[in-house]
Design a protein around this ligand. Structure first.
Ligand SMILES: [Zn+2]
Length: 261
């Protein structure tokens, strides 16, 4: 199964009435519950990020029809709405916290919506949710100098370690942005794997610091969700992009021909 393609679903807020800043990338509690039911009906086996990466690292086989459920930033609805739905199916998941946005002792302000507090984060961890890092203040990491990059990663790691009793093993790049320098720094801070974005299924060949995810949005309907999980929606999007590229190539050739006339 070395060529296995694994859907890693990327969620943000789960909320009935999110802030404008988080609305597009949010899902309603009802849609989230419905999507978890789709995974259960489809015989999917959710894994944490650390578990998937460990299996790919050691060559241990994956379960049948694997899937990853991940949440970025740390919105309160992950505890209030997503956790009951996850627990109902016994599904593990991964939450990537922006440590400076979590309500409490390390709060730097600037969070885009109502966030979890550390008691809720611990509650998630106690119920099968892996807690990963997502930086301290959510900057574009590839735009930072070395010192600030390192500070974002160490602060995030140390806050999670202090609040949960163990350092985080997995990381998700804010906005999905990384570079070779960022990936090296993330590895240097002890993270064993990291997730990007990219709207493709994850494969072992992508490497442990550039695993791709697919985005679930407020507009993602039930059928589109099934296509996303199966990788079929991605194929369609890809085909659409390729058709556009091809069309553009024809236009450029036509222009070139005209010029030569
Ligand atoms: Zn984020």
């Amino acid at each position: 199964m070395t060529g296995a393609r694994v859907p890693i679903l990327m969620y943000h807020a789960v909320a009935a009435d999110p802030d404008d800043a988080t609305r597009t990338l949010s899902v309603t509690p009802e849609a989230f519950a419905e999507q978890m039911a789709v995974l259960a009906d489809g015989g999917r086996t959710p894994l944490t990020t650390a578990e998937l990466a460990a299996r790919w690292r050691t060559g241990r086989p994956l379960p049948v029809r694997p899937v990853l459920i991940t949440f970025d930033d740390g919105y309160e609805g992950v505890h209030r709405h997503a956790l009951p739905a996850l627990a109902g199916h016994g599904f593990p998941a991964t939450l990537f916290v922006t440590t400076g946005w979590v309500r409490g002792a390390h709060d730097t302000g600037g969070a885009p919506d109502t966030m979890l507090d550390w008691r809720q984060v611990r509650g998630l961890a106690d119920n099968g949710v892996e807690i990963g890092g997502h930086s301290h203040t959510h900057p574009q990491l590839d735009q930072l100098d070395d010192a600030r990059l390192r500070a974002e990663l160490t602060r995030c790691r140390d806050v999670v370690a202090g609040e949960l009793g163990a350092p985080p093993e997995s990381f998700a790049y804010p906005y999905g942005y990384s570079s070779r320098r960022v990936r090296t720094a993330v590895r240097g801070q002890g993270f064993a794997q990291a997730l990007a974005v990219g709207n493709a299924l994850a494969r072992r060949a992508q490497g442990p610091y550039a695993l791709r995810r697919v985005t679930v949005r407020r507009t993602t309907g039930a059928e589109e969700f099934e296509r996303l999980v199966d990788g079929r929606e991605i194929g369609r999007t890809f085909a659409r992009d390729r058709a556009l590229t091809k069309g553009y190539a024809v236009v450029r050739r036509t222009r070139r021909l005209r010029r030569t006339v």
